[in-house]
Ligand binder design. Structure first.
Ligand SMILES: C[S@@+](CC[C@H](N)C(=O)[O-])C[C@H]1O[C@@H](n2cnc3c(N)ncnc32)[C@H](O)[C@@H]1O
Length: 260
C-alpha cells in the first residue's frame, strides 16, 4: 500500500534560502575545478564560434562559474536570491539575475549555455522541455548548450552518501539518502540531513527534501532535438568519483548556414 501523499512531494530547500551561507561547506568551490575544466573543453570543441560568453542556468553558489569566468564572461541565473547573494561575493565580476530556468528570457544570446546539476530540479517532462527551450532561446547560432543531470534512469541507484567539510571555524556534515517513490515516475527524492556546527560549537540539525527529475537517455536526446538543437551525449568520468561516469548532454545550435 502506497502511503505517499502530497506532503511527501513538497520541498522548501533551506540550504538555498535561510542557510545558504553553509552551501560552500557542502560542496566546496575547489571540488568543481575538474568538471569545470571538462565543460570548458567541451565548449571549445563544439562551439562553432569563439566561445566568449556563458549563461549558467541554476548557477547556485557560482562554483562552476568561479572556474570558468577567466575564459568566459559569465551571466548567472538562479531562482533563489540567497544563492545569488552568495555567488555575488565569490564572483563579483559576473552578472547575476534572479529567474526561473523554465521561463526566464534575457533577450540576448550566449556562445555557451550551462545547465549543471540544477537541471535535476525539473521533475516533469514538461518542466524539462521548458528548461531546454530556455537554453535554446539563449544559445547563439553555432553555440552550444550543456546539460549535466546527476543521473539518467539507466544509471540511477538508490543509496546513501556522506560528506562535508570545515571552514572559518565552522563545520558541516551531511547524510544524503536517495530513493524512488512508488507513486511517481520521472522523479526521485533526495533527503538530506545536515549537521551544522557553528563557531561556538553549537550544532543544528536540518532536514531538506530535494525532488529531482529522472528521465531515460532517449528522453533527454529527444527533448534536446525537439528544442531545435543537434543532440549529443558524452560520458564524464571524474577522477575521484567511484561511480561509472555521468552523462553530459550537449545541444549544438545550428549556425546561421544550418551547420551544427
Ligand atoms: C546545487 S545548486 C547549483 C550549484 C551550481 N552548479 C554551482 O556551480 O554552484 C542548485 C541550484 O538550482 C537552483 N534552482 C532550482 N530550481 C531552479 C529553477 N527552476 N530555476 C533556476 N534555478 C533553480 C537552486 O536555487 C540552487 O541554487
Amino acid at each position: 500500500m502506497a502511503i505517499e501523499n502530497e506532503t511527501t512531494f513538497t520541498q522548501a530547500i533551506r540550504l538555498y534560502r535561510d542557510r545558504a551561507d553553509w552551501y560552500p561547506l557542502l560542496t566546496p568551490v575547489g571540488d568543481y575545478a575538474e568538471e569545470a575544466a571538462y565543460y570548458r573543453r567541451l565548449f571549445e570543441i563544439h562551439c562553432q564560434r569563439p566561445p566568449r560568453t556563458l549563461l549558467d542556468l541554476g548557477s547556485g553558489g557560482g562554483h562552476n562559474a568561479a572556474h570558468l569566468k577567466a575564459a568566459l564572461a559569465c551571466t548567472l541565473v538562479d531562482l533563489e536570491p540567497a544563492m545569488l547573494a552568495l555567488s555575488r561575493k565569490l564572483n563579483p565580476e559576473c552578472k547575476h539575475i534572479q529567474g526561473d530556468m523554465r521561463s526566464v528570457r534575457l533577450r540576448r544570446v550566449f556562445d555557451c549555455v550551462l545547465a549543471h546539476d540544477a537541471i535535476c530540479y525539473m521533475t516533469s517532462r514538461t518542466d524539462l522541455a521548458r528548461a531546454i527551450a530556455t537554453a535554446f532561446a539563449h544559445t547563439a547560432p553555432g553555440g552550444v548548450a550543456l546539460f549535466q543531470p546527476d543521473f539518467v534512469s539507466e544509471t540511477f541507484e538508490p543509496g546513501t552518501e556522506t560528506g562535508g567539510s570545515d571552514g572559518y571555524g565552522r563545520g558541516l556534515r551531511y547524510l544524503e539518502w536517495r530513493w524512488v517513490p512508488e507513486s511517481k515516475t520521472d522523479m526521485y527524492v533526495t533527503d538530506m540531513a545536515y549537521l551544522l556546527r557553528d563557531v561556538n560549537r553549537a550544532v543544528e540539525v536540518i532536514h531538506d527534501r530535494h525532488l529531482m527529475g529522472l528521465f531515460p537517455r532517449a528522453e533527454w536526446l529527444e527533448q534536446i532535438a525537439a528544442a531545435g538543437f543537434k543532440p549529443l551525449v558524452v560520458l564524464f568520468e571524474h577522477s575521484s568519483y567511484s561511480d561509472t561516469g555521468h552523462e553530459v548532454f550537449l545541444g549544438l545550435r545550428p549556425a546561421a548556414d544550418g551547420v551544427a
